[in-house]
Design a binder for this molecule. Structure first.
Ligand SMILES: NC(=O)c1ccc[n+]([C@@H]2O[C@H](COP(=O)([O-])OP(=O)(O)OC[C@H]3O[C@@H](n4cnc5c(N)ncnc54)[C@H](O)[C@@H]3O)[C@@H](O)[C@H]2O)c1
Length: 324
């Protein structure tokens, strides 16, 4: 079994620590904050906890490293790890610039190492179920998709709501459509901090007349995570923020009868899906990809695709709301 180290045990990295531990693969943690190191030592007295990356670089028993540090550190940390021969799982966004991500991907490919990005929703059983229903024809031809990821907080000061939330939605929509968008546009508003968008709406145009939009905000009265997928045969709604009945299939649509549009209302059906935690599935996928030398679902190329959409959306936002 691969031995995994986690670099960065902050709000999200702590979940990586817990999950790799549960999977029996956690070998060490690297964290620069002494208070977090002290709290980890209390929770995991037997776990090696270091303050520097150097401590794990030369340890050949550690085959994989999960990087859950802030986005601006991903490139440098992932590069050093790949160059030291480690397989790397890096949190989203893979890096801040696609050139850097392309460089990481080239290093990984040339060294035959796994480079995986933490697009955790690509491991969500409900998303896999939607993909299965698209592929078996249950939805018919895809027409449009939208995703709302809204809540009050957590407000970031180092990145806007697009970079914070939308990587997940871009990854999911690209995955469901099966290709990258051919056109990207975005608009948004800044209310709390100059130069940092609190709310953005990104429009994506895909080949074969498929469109999508992504609405993200940390300035919204309640939590809503809703993904709506419209096909010409059926429609689906995945609402992860609901306590139950999260995934619903609506066999509805519009038929043309004697030249007139007629509503087809087939009611709805709650669709069951596996209950495994997406992060557990993601971490297991990383371990398995290393063990079997397989390309992960969210590989380096997937990270680059998502990052290029983010860059285009940011370009559009900046053009629409020039920062003075
Ligand atoms: N996949 C998801 O659903 C999801 C959710 C939240 C955050 N994230 C991503 O996870 C990453 C971390 O986010 P967060 O909210 O946990 O941030 P955070 O600031 O709470 O934690 C980052 C941690 O990294 C540590 N750190 C920074 N530089 C380091 C270094 N060189 N070596 C070791 N430790 C270092 C910091 O001390 C801190 O404890 C970001 O990329 C974020 O986008 C992903």
């Amino acid at each position: 079994m691969s031995k995994i180290a986690v670099v960065g045990a902050g709000r999200w990295g702590r979940n990586h620590v817990r999950t790799f531990r549960q999977l029996g693969s956690l070998a060490a943690v690297v964290e620069v904050d002494p208070a977090i190191r002290a709290s980890l030592t209390k929770d995991y007295p037997d776990l090696p906890i270091y303050d520097k990356l150097e401590a794990i670089l030369g340890d050949s028993t550690i085959t994989g490293v999960s990087v859950a540090t802030p986005a601006e550190t991903h490139y440098e940390l992932a590069k050093r790890l790949l160059e030291a021969g480690k397989n790397v799982l890096v949190e989203k966004p893979i890096t801040l610039f696609s050139k850097q991500a392309e460089e990481l991907n080239e290093i990984a490919l040339s060294k035959k190492l796994v480079l995986m990005v933490g697009h955790v929703l690509l491991y969500h059983p409900a998303i896999l179920k939607i993909k299965e229903l698209i592929e078996n024809g249950s939805l018919g031809a895809l027409q449009y998709i939208y995703s709302n990821r809204l809540n009050l907080g957590t407000v970031r000061t180092e990145e806007n709501s697009l970079w914070n939330f939308a990587p997940h939605d871009i990854a999911v929509i690209n995955y469901l459509v099966g290709t990258d968008p051919i056109e990207v546009d975005a608009k948004g508003g800044m209310f709390l901090q100059p130069g940092i968008h609190d709310v953005t709406v990104t429009h994506l145009t895909y080949p074969e007349n498929v469109i999508a939009h992504i609405h993200v905000s940390w300035l919204h009265p309640f939590k809503e995570q809703r993904l709506v997928v419209i096909g010409d045969k059926s429609m689906m709604v995945f609402e992860d923020s609901r306590p139950t009945d999260k995934l619903i299939l609506y066999p509805k649509g519009i038929d043309w009868v004697s030249g007139n549009p007629v509503t087809r209302d087939g009611g709805f059906e709650v669709v069951e899906f596996d209950k495994e935690q997406p992060l557990t599935a993601e971490c297991r996928h990383f371990i398995d990809s290393i063990a079997h030398n397989r390309t992960p679902r969210s590989d380096g190329a997937n990270g680059i695709s998502v990052l290029k959409v983010l860059e285009k959306a940011q370009e559009a936002l900046t053009k629409n709301n020039p920062v003075t």
